[in-house]
Design a binder for this molecule. Structure first.
Ligand code: SAM
Length: 262
């Protein structure tokens, strides 16, 4: 697909997530896919899961920027710009923070460019299943220095990557470039804790989408952190991860964690 061609004939994860979060950047086809999700799982449950995930992303970036002193962020599968994006949170800690957003869906760059017109923020359209296209991207390398700590975020994205595409290999490619003191943040829809009906609902909701849905178990998600040390409280339900008064809903559909490269 052309890098700038926005897929209009199929629902996309970026636009479905935007709809679930109450955003405006989605089309009828995405709303139809979400209605299937809502019918199968319950609208409240799906919207709560999306919001719980988004709140986790915010707290993780705040922790990395304020408590760990990270000044470089690579947000892979970043989604459409919404409230409290990674660059805004990182810049609250230090206005010189550098952030690169990566998403497979070209709509992210189309909607993001105007919003993110800032020398220290870039958006790259790329597919994380080919990590070298991200890691060797010239725009990215102008901004991020892998000799210094970089926090790589894979928030709510690996459940769109099949086992055949080998998620552990993808994380490993990023880990190999990262300097000691770098971090990885991952959240993932988790089959453990979901009813059979909820699992089927997630699969049905994404059956016609541009990316596949793959629910994983806790041990499978845990394995993605191999080579890193999970920081407290480990891999947990995102609402339990350094909880704050941020209005996070509480579901048991996700797991999330932050880990450091020693
Ligand atoms: N990370 C954001 C968050 O948690 O708020 C957005 C999550 S959204 C549910 C998942 C995003 O991952 C979508 O924007 C989708 O386009 C993107 N995505 C899915 N597969 C991808 C791939 N292979 N490479 C890059 N991005 C991908």
């Amino acid at each position: 697909m052309e890098r700038t061609q926005v897929p209009l004939g199929q629902p996309t994860a970026a636009r479905m997530y935007d709809e679930a979060l109450g955003g405006k950047d989605h089309y009828a086809i995405d709303r139809e896919a979400n209605s299937r999700l809502y019918a199968a799982i319950g609208e409240e449950r799906v919207r709560s899961t999306a919001m719980e995930n988004r709140r986790f992303l915010g707290r993780a970036v705040e922790y990395l920027a304020r408590e760990c002193g990270v000044r470089q962020f690579l947000d892979v599968g970043s989604g459409l710009p919404t409230v409290r994006n990674t660059h805004q949170i990182a810049k609250e800690a230090d206005p010189a923070s550098r952030v690169v957003y990566v998403d497979i869906d070209p709509i992210v760059a189309v909607h993001g460019r105007a919003l993110l017109a800032d020398d220290n923020t870039r958006i790259v359209t790329a597919d994380m299943r080919r990590p070298e296209t991200i890691l060797d991207d010239p725009e990215l390398n102008k901004l991020l220095d892998f000799n210094e700590p970089v926090a790589v975020l894979f928030v709510a994205v690996f459940h769109f990557v099949t086992d055949q595409d080998d998620p552990a290999r993808i994380v490993g490619a990023f880990r190999e470039r990262q300097a000691p003191g770098s971090y990885v943040t991952i959240s993932h829809l988790c089959a453990d804790g979901m009813s059979e009906a909820e699992q089927q609902g997630w699969y049905a909701g994404f059956s016609g989408a541009t990316v596949p849905m793959v629910l994983r178990t806790e041990p499978e998600i845990q394995r993605l952190f191999e080579g890193y040390d999970l920081v407290e409280p480990g891999l947990v339900r995102p609402w339990r991860w350094r909880p704050a008064e941020d209005g996070s809903p509480r579901t048991d559909s996700l797991l999330g964690g932050v880990a450091r490269l020693g």
